[in-house]
Write a protein that binds this ligand. Structure first.
Ligand code: IMP
Ligand code: MG
Length: 175
């Protein structure tokens, strides 16, 4: 039976593959003389991190951080908590944050401030998705996969109450 909560496809599996290949090529060119430390933001970015890293032709290193700004609701609470911190020291590293989605920008702003305080050589953000027009402040995003309408989406790592992360495409969630 089809799931009545799944709406329109927002980004197809094929569009994801193509765009992630482009992002990987761009990152490879930009970081050719200074391989980055990829910092994946759990849990939503795990699938993007996996595919993006394979599209980068450099000796990247990996770390992961888990933050929570949502609980199980579909609206930002504005409160960001570190659930799991990084294992590696960022001092003098070229850090590339890998995010699933920027919505209000609160999580991004918090991460940037927190990680900048650890004295990296550089800090940039690669987000797969950017929601149109909802940012409370101007987020500083070097790489954006897709700009999407301000709807709640799931799939390809993104969840609602921990479900649907394993879809191979991104689809609107209908409450
Ligand atoms: P922000 O702090 O409002 O920018 O929210 C960022 C975080 O909220 C993301 O890392 C996601 O975990 C979650 N989030 C925001 N929008 C969506 C959505 O449409 N689907 C699933 N998770 C979302
Ligand atoms: Mg989530």
């Amino acid at each position: 039976m089809p799931d009545p909560h799944l709406g329109e496809i927002v980004v197809s599996a094929e569009a994801l593959r193509q765009r992630i290949a482009e992002l990987g090529a761009q990152i490879t060119a930009d970081y050719v003389d200074r391989p980055p430390l990829l910092v994946g933001i759990l849990k939503g970015a795990f699938m993007f991190m996996s595919d993006l890293s394979r599209a980068i032709d450099l000796q990247v290193e990996f770390d992961f951080m888990a933050v929570s700004s949502y609980g199980s609701a579909t609206r930002s609470s504005g409160v960001v908590r570190i659930i799991k911190d990084l294992d590696l020291d960022l001092h003098d590293r070229h850090v590339l944050i890998v995010e699933d989605i920027v919505d209000s920008g609160l999580t991004q702003g918090y991460l940037r401030r927190t990680l900048m305080a650890r004295d990296p050589a550089s800090l940039e953000v690669c987000t797969l998705l950017l929601k149109e027009g909802l940012q409370k402040s101007d987020p500083d995003l070097k790489y954006v996969g897709f700009t999407i309408p301000p709807r709640f989406v799931i799939g390809y790592g993104l969840d609602v109450a921990e479900r649907h992360r394993n879809l191979d495409h991104i689809v609107e969630y209908l409450p």
